[in-house]
Ligand binder design. Sequence first.
Ligand code: SF4
Length: 283
Amino acid sequence: MIIETVDNAQVVKVRQSWLNDAMMCLERGRYGINLPDWNKGNDATVLGTSVHTAIERVLTAQTSAVDILDQYPEILRELIASEDFKYMSMTDESMEAYGLAMVEAWRRDIMPKVKFGGRVEHKFNTHLTNVETPNGKNVEVRLIGTMDYIDPDGVIWDWKTAARKYSQLEKQKANIQSSVYALASHLMEDNPLPITFNFGVMTRANKSVGQVVPVQRTSAHCEWIKSQIQSVVRMGLSMGLENSWPQNDQGHLCSEKWCPWWSICKGSHLSEMENRWNPEEGQ
Ligand code: SF4
C-alpha cells in the first residue's frame, strides 16, 4: 500500500503483493509501507526474474523459442551482477541449471497453450473505490501492478517459478493475485467477466515440469476482493502507521528466514533458542 497526496487529497495505491503480505500478517503490511527497503530480493526472486525476462523475449519476438536457451545464461549472469540479493539455498551454478530447465519447461509444456499477440508486462493503475477516514476525509483507493501477459482474448497469465506444483482448487478458492488482476482488467478495459487467469508454473528442479493452472474470476470474486481491500485500507487509515498493527505469527512465513522485519518484530522478543526449543535436543 502506498499512501500519496495528490492535489491535497490522499490516494492509497494497493498492489497484490502488498495485499498478500497484509492478509497474512497486518503488521507485515505496515512494515512493508514504513520500511520497504528491508524487503530485499533473494536467489529465488532473481531466478524468477531471469526466467520472466527469457519468456518476455520470446513473447515479444526479440528472439526465438529455440535461441532463448543459448541466451538464458547471459540474462541470469547480468542479473546476478546487478541485483542486490540474498543467497538462501542456491549457488550461481544451481540457479543456472534450474533456470535453463524452467525455460525449457515453459517452451515445452506451457508455450503451446499461450495465444501469442497479446500484451507483455502490462502495467495497470485504476480507480477502485473511495473510503472515508475516521476524521471524515475521503480517500481514493487505486489498484496498481503489472500483469506478466494478457492474451488477445483477455486471458491473463502469470509465470511462476515454484518449488512445487500448484493445487488448482487451492488457487481457485482463495488466490488474491488472480482476483486483483481480473478486477483491474475488468475496470480498466471492460474485459468481460468471468475472466480466466492462468498460472504458468515451472517447478524448480533439474527436470522441471511446466503446469498450466487455470483460475476463473467472476463478478462475485471481484466484489469479494474489493470488500477485503476496503476493510484493510480502512483499518490501516484508522490505525495510522506509527503504532503496531495486529501481529500474526501463525503462518509459516513468520520466521527469521522469511520475514524481512523479524529482527524488529517477533525476533526482538524471542531468541532463536526460545523460538525453536525442543525437549529432545541437548539432553
Ligand atoms: S515477524 Fe511475524 S508477526 Fe512480525 S511482521 Fe513478520 S510475520 Fe508478522
